[in-house]
Design a protein around this ligand. Structure first.
Ligand code: SF4
Ligand code: SF4
Length: 290
């Protein structure tokens, strides 16, 4: 079963909740965790991966290269590059490989033969290793400026599927971009994390459009519900109208910050905290979907 923890908005406590649920489920089930936030992966910090066992590149990308020996310096390629990544240097032109999308336009418009060629480029890697709790973690890591975070997440999930497990917990990126689409697609359940603010609710509703598009089952938790109890009820009401049950109200808890600072899942370091009690209830509710 794949449970994807997602939130339309960043900074709502999604990774603390993902790490805590992974820790709790791993006590009873065979678990695999996937960090699908390829732009800023950090589940490894909360789950304590000390050494990666392997790293697989995502193939298939390419970037343009200009042969400066043959380039006449006409600048036609730079004028037509849709990503503005060709720049003059010493009377010739060069390609900024970090920005190049490999679209081929420069090669088509260049009046000279054999000046522009392409070399393979790696947009990112999937790293894998054991967490300090004994279960494996797969992490998609995009290199600076590279596209295709969605393909990277797809590959991370594909590799995770090869490990026999009862539950896969996927920590999605914030927003509704391609890496989030790759994260939620194929999920048995999407756990939407919302804070009781208008911005968080609005972004959660945008995420819901994605969930509805893929016809996925979703439930929600309201994190830090006690910072605005009235609006937490409004969140519950709005989501209920969209067919999403709120299965937990998690209180604001200073110990979560302390746990994150020490790089551990809050439920492990502070098992008796209000956050941990609420998370255990959420985990119990999620088990009903297994
Ligand atoms: S391949 Fe496309 S993006 Fe790359 S340098 Fe050429 S025109 Fe620009
Ligand atoms: S279009 Fe071709 S010849 Fe002209 S600057 Fe670009 S690479 Fe050089």
């Amino acid at each position: 079963m794949q449970i994807t923890v997602a939130s339309g908005k960043g900074g709502v406590g999604k990774s603390s909740i993902s790490a805590s649920l992974s820790y709790l489920f791993s006590r009873t089930f065979k678990l695999v965790a996937v960090d699908a936030d390829a732009d800023t992966p950090n589940l490894e910090i909360l789950l304590g991966v000390e050494e990666w066992e392997g790293k697989e590149p995502l193939p298939g990308e390419r970037v343009a290269v200009i042969d400066t020996e043959k380039c006449t310096g006409c600048g036609v390629c730079a004028e037509n590059c849709p990503y503005e990544c060709i720049y003059p240097e010493n009377g010739y032109f060069r390609v900024n490989g970090v920005l190049c999308e490999g679209c081929n336009v420069c090669s088509i418009v260049c009046p000279e033969d054999g000046v522009i060629s392409f070399k393979p480029a790696v947009p990112g890697y999937v790293k894998f290793g054991k967490t300090c709790f004994g279960f494996p973690l797969f992490t998609g890591e995009l290199l600076p400026g590279r596209p295709n975070s969605g393909k990277l997440v797809f590959k991370a999930k594909q590799m995770a599927r090869e490990v026999p497990s009862d539950i896969t917990v996927v920590d999605a990126a914030a927003g509704i971009g391609c890496s989030v689409i790759a994260s939620v697609n194929g999920s048995d359940l999407v756990l939407i994390v919302v804070e009781p603010t208008k911005a968080s609710l609005s972004d959660a509703e945008r995420l819901l459009k994605l969930v509805e598009h893929f016809n996925l089952r979703a439930v929600a938790v309201v994190n830090k519900f006690d910072i605005n109890r009235e609006f937490s009820l409004e969140v519950e009401r709005v989501l209920k109208n969209r067919g999403v049950e709120t299965i937990g109200f998690i209180p604001y808890d200073r110990s979560v910050v302390d746990a994150v600072v020490s790089g551990r899942p809050p439920v492990e370091v502070y098992p008796d905290s209000p956050f941990s009690a609420a998370l255990r209830e959420v985990a119990e509710r999620l088990k009903e979907f297994l």
